[in-house]
Design a protein around this ligand. Structure first.
Ligand code: SAH
Ligand code: SF4
Ligand code: F3S
Length: 446
């Protein structure tokens, strides 16, 4: 903007966004901010300054969903003081609960689901209903403004696939995000090139079932996810590729081979297994056994021996016995994870498991503790195994200590490095010298 223009332009309105849940929501929040910037809204970090507050919500567990209502309660005095303040609810709770949100919390002005947020500006102008949660035929990405022509942080997310057709018995995602849809190859490659032009060096491809992505390729053939990664690997200046989250049943041969062949594909894979018990996996409708998962891990490690694996676990699923729990611990021992997320089962209305009898809550708590203790030991071991190794670190921002930079290693560990001449966006070799509880310390390799 020129000086002249800034003198005559009206003061921008301020938008505050709070994001809950998964990376896909983080990506959606960025896209909503872009859509709103075309309407004259700019982002603020300070909720008190906001003309509009947008809560981008998660419905995966009961606690996550309840968080929305406590946050809305906290907004009441702000709205009382500033009646023009607009309050919007987006994301998966918006999709699941729709008008119920406004009934419970009349201070909410609009409710928009994950597939309809391209219509946010219209809704705000009063040109569309104030509750929009249908799954439209059109692709929202076609209706969103181009990503803003500003320089970006060195690492970015790019959604390539949305929704889920797997219907695991515990999970709300197929209902909140709808059926599996893959974005077309040309849009993905265009967005990736565009990000790289703005200084992005690392892209994490996102999808609820990202490795189930498929589409018509540039050569007219049907591409799988491995082929898409190979195409991204040809983009000059894109130094790192990651993806999340994957389903074990969609780890196609070509994707495994891409881990061997594409040097930009980082040696890191998040592959949720949820349980190590075949009985529970069946009850969860995961459609694979523990042995099949272990066999898959062997094949992935054959292709990329230095890969670090991470996973998700649900503890206390209906019907889980001590033996089932022991089977899960054994699977964890066998694989050796770099880190993992573990959750106590939370019954979600509308899912097949919702009506099933829950196990004793104290038993589930104890199992969760035991499982997390094992996973933290593995995390510590994985971090300590990095000491002495030289890894690529992509610097993201300065640390608190003078001259210090913080970046991510190939394995996604946060690494603190004394590097007074470095800048965000530098990708440099770093020798790891120390492991702290949730980070590593390294020194610039000569
Ligand atoms: N698409 C991903 C998972 C997305 S949800 C996949 O299939 O792996 C992220 C994680 O939340 C899941 O892996 C699961 O571990 C957890 N989760 C989902 N529903 C849950 C529930 N009802 N209770 C507890 N944890 C749950
Ligand atoms: Fe949920 Fe299962 Fe789909 Fe993952 S694969 S999003 S856990 S239904
Ligand atoms: Fe939550 Fe929706 Fe993501 S339920 S985990 S925000 S897909």
């Amino acid at each position: 903007m020129t000086d002249q223009a800034s003198k005559t332009a009206p003061a921008a309105k301020k938008l505050f966004i709070k994001t809950y849940g998964c990376q896909m929501n983080v990506y959606d929040s960025q896209r909503m901010a872009e859509a709103m910037s075309a309407e004259g809204y700019e982002l603020t970090e300070d909720q008190a300054q906001a003309d509009m507050v947008l809560l981008n919500t998660c419905h995966i567990r009961e606690k996550a969903a309840e968080k929305l209502y406590s946050d809305l309660g906290r907004l009441k005095p702000f709205k009382a003081e500033k009646p023009d303040l607009k309050i919007g609810v987006a994301g998966c709770v918006a999709q699941a609960e729709g008008e119920e949100i406004i009934r419970r919390m009349p201070l909410v002005d609009l409710v928009v689901g994950p597939q309809t947020y391209h219509r946010l500006p219209e809704m705000l102008r009063g040109e569309a209903p104030k509750i929009l949660t249908e799954f439209p035929e059109e692709d929202k990405f076609d209706h969103l403004p181009q990503r803003r022509a500003t320089r970006r942080a060195p690492a970015a997310f790019l959604t390539v696939q949305e929704g889920c057709d797997k219907f695991c018995a515990f999970c709300v995602v197929p209902y909140t995000r709808g059926a599996e849809v893959s974005r077309p190859v040309d849009r993905i490659l265009r967005e990736a090139r565009d990000l790289v032009e703005r200084g992005v060096r690392e892209i994490t491809l996102l999808g609820q079932n990202v490795n189930g992505w498929h589409g018509a390729g540039e050569d007219g053939r049907e591409w799988g996810f491995g082929r898409l990664i190979r195409a991204l690997g040809e983009i000059e200046g894109l130094d790192r590729i990651r993806y999340t989250t994957s389903h074990p049943n969609d780890m196609a041969d070509d994707l495994i081979a891409a881990h061997r062949d594409v040097p930009q594909l980082m040696p890191y894979l998040h592959l949720p297994v949820q349980s190590g018990s075949d009985r529970i996996l069946k009850a969860m409708n995961r459609k694979h056994t523990a042995t099949q998962y272990l066999h898959l891990i062997d094949r992935i490690r054959e292709a990329r021996p230095d890969i670090m694996l991470t996973s998700d676990f649900i503890v206390g699923f209906p019907g889980e016995t001590d033996q089932d729990h022991a089977d899960t611990l054994r699977l964890i021992e066998e694989v050796g994870f770099g880190t993992a997320f573990s959750f106590k089962y939370s019954p979600r209305p509308g899912t097949p498991a919702y009506e099933r009898a829950e196990i004793d809550s104290a038993v589930a708590d104890a199992r969760l503790q035991e499982l997390q203790a094992l996973l933290s030991r593995q995390q510590k071991a994985a971090q300590e195994s990095m000491i002495g190794r030289t890894l690529g670190v992509l610097f993201e921002k300065p640390g608190r200590i003078d001259g210090q930079m913080i970046g991510k290693s190939d394995y996604l560990h946060s690494v603190f490095v004394h590097a007074p001449d470095a800048r965000a966006g530098d990708l440099v070799p770093v020798r790891i010298v120390e492991s702290a509880p949730n980070s590593l310390r390294g020194e610039l390799a000569a």
